[in-house]
Design a protein around this ligand. Structure first.
Ligand code: HEC
Ligand code: HEC
Length: 282
């Protein structure tokens, strides 16, 4: 079915939007475009750095940091320059274990450490949806020069979905795995592993033109964290990219806000429930 669909797409109707015609593909589209936002990194940027709508997921965005460089690959179903020739199992190995079909390791900033936790159902949905997007021919051969940590070698084979009757666990799945909030907002013990004892206590420092910018403490600590904030203030950060003081937030938060604003009511409630339930850390 998937093969047939991508064959039809590749050969006849190149410019149609995704065919969200099954619940699985619709779930995959929601994950890719709204929650996980692969496109913020994998869409090809135009001359002004904005996503080119004709080159969705076709790769080429450059990440540079203290002498290290990475360029996002093409993840459209183009068989030669994208991932059209990959199998579902190869895609799973790339997402969860950071390994390409040729055995080489996928480096940062691809959030593999977060995506290791993606459930089997959601992984299959992301794959199903990516098979339906227009294949784009765009070779990207450069590979990340960021160091990889050995944690990437622990293989993950299967992950159950979070329990449906537990908002905090569902919110944890969103914040840690799909949205990777905690990847930026926790201190690290390795390049791509957050300190498990200090989740949410603030962590990564981003180099911006106006100086270093830390991802702040988002635990419920009343002073150090966001314990004194209203849910509306927290949600405004996520969905509008506007800080508690009314400031427009730096790109790492701001660029994803438009997509995150389209998250379902249920996902939004679960995310906030999880943030409230974190141990308050200083
Ligand atoms: C924060 C940026 C970022 C996000 C978000 C992101 N990726 Fe990536 N991804 C990268 C980078 C950078 C690489 C290349 C790393 C390297 O060169 O080793 C990559 C590599 C990959 C690869 C390997 C492809 C190849 O040919 O080597 C796949 C598959 C992939 N990403 C899929 C996804 C999917 C699906 C999503 C969304 C669910 C996603 N990525 C989200 C940055 C990102
Ligand atoms: C790619 C890294 C990254 C991800 C992912 C990320 N953040 Fe942030 N976050 C930052 C940075 C950097 C700042 C500081 C931005 C600024 O001050 O302009 C920040 C700021 C914040 C703030 C404080 C805003 C203020 O008023 O000062 C909150 C709350 C927050 N993030 C929550 C979240 C939540 C919830 C998620 C997941 C939905 C998330 N972040 C995902 C990097 C990230």
């Amino acid at each position: 079915m998937n093969k047939l669909r991508s064959f039809i797409l590749a050969s006849t109707i190149l410019a149609v939007p995704a065919l969200a015609d099954t619940p699985q593909v619709a779930r995959g589209q929601y994950l890719v475009d709204v929650v996980m936002q692969c496109g913020t990194c994998h869409d090809t940027p135009d001359a002004r750095g904005r996503a080119d709508p004709a080159m969705r997921q076709a790769g080429g965005r450059v990440f540079a940091n203290v002498g290290l460089r990475a360029v996002t690959p093409n993840i459209t179903p183009d068989p030669d320059t994208g991932i059209g020739a990959w199998t579902a199992a190869q895609f799973a190995d790339a997402m969860r274990n950071g390994r390409r079909p040729d055995g080489s390791l996928i480096g940062p900033p691809m959030p593999v450490e977060a995506y290791r936790g993606i459930s089997d159902g959601d992984l299959a949905a992301v794959w199903a949806y990516l098979r339906t997007i227009p294949p784009v021919r765009n070779p990207v051969t450069e590979r990340s020069s960021f160091p990889r940590s050995p944690t990437r070698f622990e293989p993950v084979a299967t992950v159950p979905a979070p329990p449906g009757d537990d908002p905090v666990r569902r919110g944890e799945y969103l914040a840690v795995t799909l949205l990777h909030c905690m990847d930026c907002h926790s201190p690290r013990v390795a390049l791509d592993r957050a300190d498990p004892a200090r989740i949410g206590a603030g962590g990564r420092v981003f180099q911006t033109p106006s100086g270093p910018l830390p991802a702040r403490n988002i635990t419920p600590h009343p002073d150090a964290g966001i314990g004194a904030w209203t849910e509306a203030e927290v949600w405004r950060v996520v969905a509008e990219g506007i800080g508690r003081d009314g400031r427009r937030l730096y790109l790492t938060m701001g660029s994803r806000a438009a997509g995150w604003a389209r998250m379902t009511e249920g996902d939004r409630a679960d995310l906030l429930a999880y943030l409230r339930a974190l141990p308050p850390l200083e």
